[in-house]
Write a protein that binds this ligand. Structure first.
Ligand code: C2E
Ligand code: CA
Ligand code: CA
Length: 726
């Protein structure tokens, strides 16, 4: 025993002195007051504080309530034994190290105490030097023990964390052995593929691959074997019990890794394992498919849109030229639809349009294509036309099909169509020309007050008297400032604070009263006046903004609608920026709203212009997003800040049988690209709630506010620019 003590002394001399920390508190549990006091004196002489407990029970209490770094424990106490103290301390979770102080005769008792958990013992009568060494030793040992424990905890935690990270990974993580058999796979596989570990572990990975992709998978694996340094990536379908299609798409990445072998040899690594990550790309594929569908179809009726119509027409023209056939393009328009729209309300009017689409479709023959052009306008392609008479028969058939009233809920209406017709090859040679000429024929028919049908005639291309009259009125209106701007708030969805306003034009016509943009914009476009109109708007908005800023009531942002034709003008950017400078407007408070069809004409020109505008700080919003030539690629290529979800998608929300897939896809696209998202045309609480739940940022619509006159907006801004919820 003595020898043991001596050796401990020898190997602890150095560090013990250094490790001694003077402010440590010790507890002496000792019933002999004389001995206790002399111990305390010894300890304080060596820089330790100490307190005395005269019984086992009081000692335990002090231990439980106060902080002590070490206990010196007498085994013989008046109430309970020192062993009892050790056991009770242990039971209560007290981990303070205990040194037993025992007489020579009590060696067995001391050994028992060590077994019960005491850290050390010293003999009575004590040798001061030995006691101090024992104490320092115990303190150091205890510190090491604690450090060790915390290190172990950390390792456990980090192991748990790694396991958690692997299992919580959105990707399937797996390891294959040198033969391509699965030796590890994380929990994610179960959720994505519906397979248990057991069904997979030890199996060749190709068993997981969807049958049609197996060959490719085998090839990829062997290519991987050949070049062992690179990470290989390939697309694959994996079998999935969780999906009705029986598979999901994955992007798989595979790399050769060295895994530590067994427990002992950390340096021994097995170079022949394959570490793989499989990322589920099914959702992305669905969004892409959806975007493609959207780009070619009308969301409301599910009919092809003009994009797809143009493709069909171009194909039909190739065949017609080869076989010397005739083709008719009909531009159909519902008579008095605006009136019915007001009567029905937009939701029912939408349903009506769907029914219209269905009825027209019943009149088609194979090879015909029906598309929704815009609003209540449809395009119809008739192939294999013998004569003008054939075309008229089709128009008749449609009107017969329309003879029975249309019924939506409690409302019913009689509808009829007018048609503008252009024939190939007589009235045009290309798809675009035929569509344009059918459109001109329709408007000509409308302007001359004559309903039914009209065939294109070359003189229609020129302006009619009426048009000339209206156009000169428009020109005058621009000169005489007959326009007024209304401002519709765009508010934060959560706080309902105004984030911006959209400037919307109205024409205060001297005879006809306040005209909406729908009444004159098309005409302005046709008369090549849209640029002047947009310029008028920009100047007016800048002027107003300047005044608002002086008064401290400017909304944070104002959005201006810019028509594609205007943006395409050569000096658009220079003139636009010059106007901002003239009125001393910070470009960052201006947003321009553009529609997607801008991007299909001359993308590189548009990119240049938008980049210059963005470099000045002007913000760019895509208006009516999702209704036209949606392409995810331009969102990434062009400096776009905001997407405006078109009203038609917002209105879909009320129809429960729809899945709102498009609006959800748009929201997730905007989130993914970190774009600001404004939902337009929000009219109901239900739409509001849906948009809130799905994380749209801003809304604009009648639910919050109609477009406001300037004074109304000013009052609102003076009151803080916030709408009450409810
Ligand atoms: P937009 O850019 O899509 O503007 C939104 C239209 O939706 C506005 O019609 C607005 O009054 C309407 N609106 C907003 N919230 C709701 C709602 O909750 N329910 C319903 N039913 N409608 C709502 P507005 O003012 O008749 O303008 C029509 C279009 O005319 C605009 O569509 C825009 O493309 C064009 N426009 C308007 N002002 C200008 C302008 O200054 N310049 C140019 N180039 N185009 C303009
Ligand atoms: Ca707009
Ligand atoms: Ca819009």
């Amino acid at each position: 025993m003595t020898a043991w003590k001596a050796s401990r002394l020898a190997d602890t001399t150095g560090p013990l002195v250094e490790a001694q920390v003077t402010s440590r508190r010790l507890l002496i549990i000792e019933d002999d007051p004389g001995f206790a006091e002399s111990l305390r004196f010894l300890l304080s002489f060596n820089g330790f504080q100490s307190e005395i407990a005269e019984t086992g029970v009081s000692g335990l209490e002090m231990l439980a309530n106060g902080h002590f770094d070490l206990v010196l424990l007498d085994l013989r106490l008046p109430d309970i034994t020192g062993h009892d103290v050790i056991c009770s301390a242990c039971e209560r979770g007290i981990t303070t190290p205990i040194i037993v102080v025992s007489g020579e005769s009590e060696i067995d008792a001391a050994i028992l105490a060590l077994r019960l958990g005491a850290l050390d013992f010293v003999r009575k009568p004590i040798e001061p030097e030995l006691v101090i060494y024992a104490i320092n030793r115990a303190l150091v040992q205890n510190t090491l023990l604690l450090e060790n424990q915390s290190a172990q905890n950390q390792i456990n935690r980090s192991e748990r964390l790694h396991r958690f990270l692997i299992d919580a990974s959105p990707d399937i993580i797996f390891i294959l052995d040198q033969n391509g058999r699965v030796s590890f796979v994380n929990d994610r596989m179960k959720a994505l593929l519906g397979l248990e570990d057991k069904a997979v572990l030890g199996r060749h990975f190709s068993r997981l691959v969807y049958t049609h992709d197996r060959e490719r998978a085998r090839y990829a694996f062997s290519a991987q074997k050949l070049s062992e340094t690179a990470m290989h990536s390939f697309e694959l379908r994996l079998k999935s019990l969780a999906d009705i299609t029986g598979f999901r798409y994955f992007e798989v990445k595979l790399a050769v890794v060295g895994l530590p072998e067994g427990e002992s040899g950390e340096d021994e690594v097995n170079q022949d394992h394959y570490y793989g990550v499989a990322r589920d790309t099914t959702a992305r594929r669905e969004v892409e498919a959806l975007a493609h569908y959207q780009a070619n179809h009308d969301a409301l009726t599910g009919l092809p849109n003009r994009n797809l119509f143009r493709d069909h027409l171009a194909l039909a023209l190739i065949r017609a030229r080869r076989n010397s056939e005739q083709i008719a393009v009909l531009h159909l328009n519902l008579d008095r639809f605006k009136h019915i729209n007001d009567l029905f309300g937009h939701a029912k009017a939408d349903e009506l349009l769907r029914q219209v689409g269905e009825r027209i479709q019943r009149c088609l023959r194979g090879g015909d294509t029906l598309a929704r052009f815009v609003g209540d306008e449809f395009l119809l392609l008739n192939a294999f036309i013998g004569s003008e008479q054939d075309v008229l028969q089709i128009v008749d058939r449609i009107n017969q099909e329309f003879a029975a009233p249309f019924q939506v809920a409690d409302k019913s209406a009689h509808l009829s169509v007018s048609a503008g017709i252009a024939l190939f090859p007589t009235h045009g040679d290309s798809a675009d020309e035929l569509i344009r000429h059918a459109n001109i024929a329709l408007y000509h028919g409308r302007l001359s007050g004559h309903k039914g049908h009209s065939f294109f005639m070359p003189e229609m291309g020129q302006n009619t008297d009426q048009r000339l009259q209206l156009q000169s009125e428009l020109r005058q209106a621009i000169d005489q400032d007959q326009f007024v701007m209304f401002y519709q708030p765009q508010v934060g969805l959560r706080d309902r604070c105004i984030r911006g306003v959209e400037a919307l034009i109205r024409w205060n016509h001297p005879q006809r009263g306040l005209l909406q943009p729908g009444d004159f914009l098309q005409l302005a476009e046709e008369a090549d006046l849209i640029g002047s109109l947009d310029e008028w708007v920009t100047r007016d908005v800048c002027k107003t903004m300047r005044e608002w800023q002086r008064e401290g009531i400017a909304p944070p942002r104002v959005a201006i609608n810019i028509s594609p034709h205007h943006l395409e003008e050569n000096d658009f950017v220079t003139k636009f920026i010059a106007l901002l400078t003239e009125y001393d407007i910070n470009p960052a408070v201006i947003e321009i709203e553009l529609t997607e069809n801008l991007f299909i004409r001359d993308p590189s020109m548009v990119a240049r212009k938008l980049q210059t505008l963005a470099a000045h700080g002007v913000m760019i919003a895509i208006d009516d997003f999702g209704t036209q030539y949606s392409s995810l690629s331009y969102l990434q290529k062009f400096p776009i800040h905001t997407l405006k979800i078109d009203k038609s998608f917002v209105w879909e929300i009320d129809r429960e049988y729809r899945q709102h897939a498009i609006i959800k896809a748009i929201i997730s696209i905007a989130h993914g690209l970190e774009l600001n998202l404004v939902a337009e045309g929000v009219e109901t609480d239900e739409q509001f709630r849906f948009l809130e739940i799905h994380g749209c940022n801003e809304i604009q619509g009648y639910l919050i506010s109609k477009p406001l006159q300037r004074e109304q907006l000013e009052n609102l801004m003076r009151q803080g620019g916030r709408f009450q919820s409810d």
